[in-house]
Design a protein around this ligand. Structure first.
Ligand SMILES: *Cc1c(COP(=O)(O)O)cnc(C)c1O
Length: 400
């Protein structure tokens, strides 16, 4: 047993050590506390648990398999690499796990509308899917600039029946979409619910989203035991806000022999300003209602961050990751845009699996590490999503 009981986190106020909490006006704090209380009650109900479990099985297609990447392993000549195939979920990524949880919670709480923002549209599509399934109206705010860039996701959201609200104020990108969605939510927070897209924001969202994603690690731990008769030596996942990583890591936190590595985007290099390596180069601060590591400029404003993977470019990070870094329980490392592209192409051509650019960061780290390790070691990579959405972009970039 580990010296920390990671099952007991966060505390009642939503703190992971000094990180997390609710840095919001008192009126909003009351609303968040009500959501927390409702969540804690509803999650215990057998009918909620049964409904969520059967949808994860029959709709999402869980459990996702663990796949031994034999050809990739042989190519690298070191540790054996395994992939947890979240890319095989319905909608093609891990996000459906928490979107389904949030939509179902909204239904059980009697909410009349689910509201969210989306950047590249991945959270929007997963949420619109979950809301269509559960039968609850859904409203997604998206910057006009992003709407023009992310045409396929915009079309999908419309087909799925959600109300898409274009945001033209400011720079017409993610930050403005957050502000716009939040204003709509505040018009009637008793009837509406805001669905956050990662393990970020004020308590209870980092906890709730993590709980809904934990199924990844619970399955993976058991599947790996059954396959190999022991636990992996290393587990790894990419970290944007940190939801797919918390989803994998949580079940292994008390296994002291399992090395845990989160991989952040080094973008064009850690020496440039074009990266999104929040835990690696940021410092403890506040953003979006929580205390966590933040990348800030010299004026203390959130930095404009960059990654080739749009799902990873966030200047903050989940409070639990911030705490796990400080404890030293998880190591946070980086992979650059270039390494990510190389991993994307290699996995595609050696294994016939096109990974999302986000997930390719974890694959890139695993490839680097595997080559350094002896062949009796194992690395389990969370393949958070599939790369269909990135295929045109990569082909353009590489002149294919
Ligand atoms: C959104 C996304 C991510 C990043 O989000 P986290 O909350 O850090 O997991 C990673 N991979 C894929 C495929 C995504 O769509």
């Amino acid at each position: 047993m580990s010296k920390f009981d990671f099952g007991q986190m966060p505390d009642r106020e939503g703190f992971f050590g000094e990180f997390g909490g609710q840095i919001i006006p008192p009126e909003l704090k009351k609303i968040m506390d009500e959501i927390d209380q409702a969540y804690e009650e509803i999650r215990q109900k057998p009918e909620f648990q049964e409904e969520l479990a059967s949808l994860l099985t029959d709709f999402v297609g869980r459990p996702s398999p663990i796949y031994y990447a034999r050809r990739l392993t042989e190519k690298l000549g070191g540790a054996r690499i395994f992939l947890k195939r979240e890319d095989l979920n319905h909608t093609g990524a891990h996000k459906i796990n928490h979107c389904l949880g949030e939509a179902l919670l909204a239904k059980y709480m009697g909410k009349t509308k689910v509201i969210a923002e989306t950047g590249a549209g991945q959270h929007g599509v997963a949420l619109a899917t979950a809301c269509a399934l559960v039968g609850i109206p859904c409203e997604i705010h998206m910057g006009q600039v992003d709407i023009e860039k992310e045409h396929p996701n915009v079309t999908k959201m419309k087909i799925l029946g959600c109300k898409l609200v274009p945001v033209t104020r400011g720079t017409a990108t993610l930050k403005d979409a957050v502000d716009s969605a939040f204003e709509e939510y505040l018009k009637d927070p008793v009837s509406y619910i805001y669905a956050i897209g990662s393990v970020v924001g004020p308590h209870p969202f980092p906890k709730m989203v993590r709980d809904f994603q934990c199924v990844i690690g619970q399955e993976a731990r058991q599947q790996f035991q059954e396959k190999e008769g022991k636990l992996p030596n290393y587990i790894t996942a990419c970290v944007g806000g940190g939801s797919n990583a918390m989803g994998l890591f949580t079940a292994f936190l008390n296994d002291d022999d399992v090395n845990i590595v989160g991989v952040e985007p080094a973008g064009k290099g850690l020496a440039t300003t074009e990266h999104s390596a929040t835990l690696t180069l940021g410092k403890p601060s506040e953003i979006h209602g929580m205390k966590c590591y933040v990348l800030e400029d010299e004026n203390g404003e959130p930095m404009p961050v960059h990654s080739i993977a749009s799902g990873l470019d966030y200047p903050g990070v989940g409070p639990q990751h911030s705490y796990l870094k400080e404890l030293g329980r998880v190591n946070y490392e980086t992979a650059s845009d270039e390494e990510c592209l190389d991993a994307f192409m290699t996995l595609s051509q050696v294994e016939g699996i096109i990974p999302a650019l986000e997930s390719s960061h974890a694959v890139a780290w695993a490839m680097r590490k595997a080559a350094e390790l002896p062949s009796d070691q194992t690395i389990l990579v969370n393949l958070s999503g599939r790369g269909d959405k990135d295929a045109d972009y990569v082909a353009n970039k590489l002149g294919l």
